[in-house]
Ligand binder design. Structure first.
Ligand SMILES: [Zn+2]
Length: 504
């Protein structure tokens, strides 16, 4: 079986065939760096990370471009309000984006071009479209793309002319009277007063101004793939579904008009929304969770990845506390099994492990080759855990074959929590616990100190439990859970504290 992907352009799942065997030019629309990206944005970036990892695991040389939009209406508006230059304003958000991405185990793209570093490529693209008569200068000094002169417009979104007009005029703009047609979009925007103040204006032969958002992606993608491989067509272009129209439609129009080719990208892939309480997560609605919120709550990134990958990227899903909690439990289960599997590794695999490893390899490949069916891939990992635990309980040994199959699956999905299990012995530590009268409800920042802190609380809980003070015992369990410590009472009467989550 070969990789098959759903192509928005054809609305079909098709066998993936790159332009040149063995290599893939991948472009994914990155964040607009005016604020912290939220977990809904990261759902898209995680789907793209899975795509990136699976292409690599399948043997492709992947050239992955993810842009950073550091000049547009939002970044300029926020920089103006903050009294900073554009460059000063976006810098911390670029840093934050990379921090969040690393926390979520999102692998590095090959390049992260910033729009403001590629102005000459954008100017060149506009010049050519002007010389071809596909772009024109409006009365307001902006340059527009003439959709009437590009008949293939609308192919990706499959919208009728009427809908395109309605979509275009929805975005209330002051340029309404400068355009020849309401559908036309700005390639280059004449400077407004705050554009000059924040340093978001550049010289161009067709007048001072700044690039439009759509232009940024086309110009950088074409410039970078030409530079890298001398090509003008992307193998895969991905983004969130909200980018299909107008953003990706406009990217296609500009790029194809510029290169004279029929295609800008061979495959277009789009990730569905993450919702909260039935609403699309967005800054406008205020229903935002950011990766940093989850990180501060001690949530292991493996749990977030598991939560996202339990749903196919083309399906919407609702983020709930309950969903996150069960993903944390699942990810912890994977982590505990991983410890068990790798710690007791033998020189050779028992037949049960040979068989389970073979099945995991086969099912992982089958699932991900089938339009990145992550839910099935994750299910294959859990099936391996069930079979593996049973085999280990029966005294069978896991060896290099089982470890390799596990590491391959985890290497692509990254859904396993880092888990540390600490035994707490009641008798030995009871004296020490009584010495500390006041115990802080928040753990110390040092990782080892934090573990001692958790043990103390676990002992206090045990005492409350034996005194039948269950309400207090439950309160302590919840308190520890909120900081990534999970208490477990073993059958033999001992207590285990299971730690997941990032070091604080
Ligand atoms: Zn884009």
């Amino acid at each position: 079986m070969t990789l098959r992907l759903y192509n928005t352009l054809t609305r079909r799942i098709e066998p993936f065939e790159p332009l040149h065997p063995g290599r893939v030019a991948l472009y994914t629309c990155g964040p607009t760096v005016y604020n912290y990206a939220h977990i809904g944005n990261f759902r898209t970036f995680l789907f793209e990370d899975l795509l990136h990892r699976w292409l690599q695991a399948s043997g492709y040389d992947v050239f992955h471009i993810m842009n950073l939009t550091d000049v547009d209406d939002k970044t300029i508006g926020h920089a103006t309000a903050a009294g900073k230059s554009l460059r000063q304003y976006v810098e911390p958000y670029i840093e934050a984006f990379h921090e969040d991405r690393k926390y979520l185990r999102i692998e590095d793209a090959s390049v992260y071009p910033r729009a403001t570093d590629h102005i000459p490529a954008m100017v060149g693209l506009v010049e050519k479209l002007l010389s071809q008569g596909i772009a024109y200068r409006g009365e307001d000094g902006s340059v527009y793309f003439s959709i009437a002169r590009f008949p293939a417009y609308g192919r990706l979104s499959q919208l009728e002319n009427r809908e395109l007009k309605a979509g275009a005029s929805e975005r209330v703009s002051t340029d309404e009277y400068s355009k020849e047609d309401v559908r036309d979009f700005a390639l280059w925007k004449a400077p407004g007063p705050s554009d000059e103040t924040v340093g978001a204006v550049w010289d161009a032969p067709f007048g001072r101004g700044r690039p439009g958002w759509h232009l940024e992606c086309s110009a950088m993608a074409l410039h970078l793939i030409r530079e890298r491989w001398g090509v003008e067509v992307l193998d895969i272009h991905a983004g969130g579904v909200d980018l299909i129209f107008p953003h990706h439609e406009d990217e296609i129009a500009q790029s194809c008009a510029f290169t004279g080719r029929e295609e800008f990208a061979r495959v277009w892939m789009h990730g569905e929304f993450l919702k909260t309480g039935g609403e699309k997560m967005s800054k406008r609605f205020g229903n935002i969770t950011t990766p940093r919120d989850l990180r501060e709550d001690g949530v292991d990134a493996g749990a977030i990845r598991l939560l996202m990958f339990q749903v196919h990227y083309r399906q919407q899903f609702d983020l709930t506390d309950q969903g996150l909690q069960s993903a944390q439990e699942g990810s912890r289960r994977l982590g505990e099994f991983q410890n068990r599997l790798l710690e007791r590794r033998a020189a050779a695999d028992a037949p049960a492990f040979e068989e389970a490893a073979e099945r995991l390899d086969r099912e992982l490949t089958g699932a991900l080759d089938d339009d990145l069916n992550a839910p099935r891939a994750v299910a294959a990992m859990f099936a391996f855990v069930t079979a593996g635990n049973a085999a280990l309980d029966a005294g069978q040994q896991a060896g290099p074959r089982a470890a390799a199959a596990w590491e391959r699956a985890e290497g692509v999905l990254g859904v396993t929590s880092q888990v540390r299990v600490m035994k707490v012995t009641q008798r030995a530590e009871a004296g020490a616990a009584q010495e500390i009268a006041e115990l802080s409800p928040t753990p110390p920042s040092d990782a080892l100190e934090a573990e001692r802190w958790a043990r103390e609380w676990a002992l206090r809980r045990a005492r409350h439990k034996s005194a039948r003070n269950y309400a207090e015992a439950d309160r302590i369990r919840t308190l520890l859970g909120g900081h990534g410590f999970h208490i477990r009472d073993s059958k033999d009467g001992s207590i285990e504290v299971v730690r997941t989550g990032v070091a604080r």
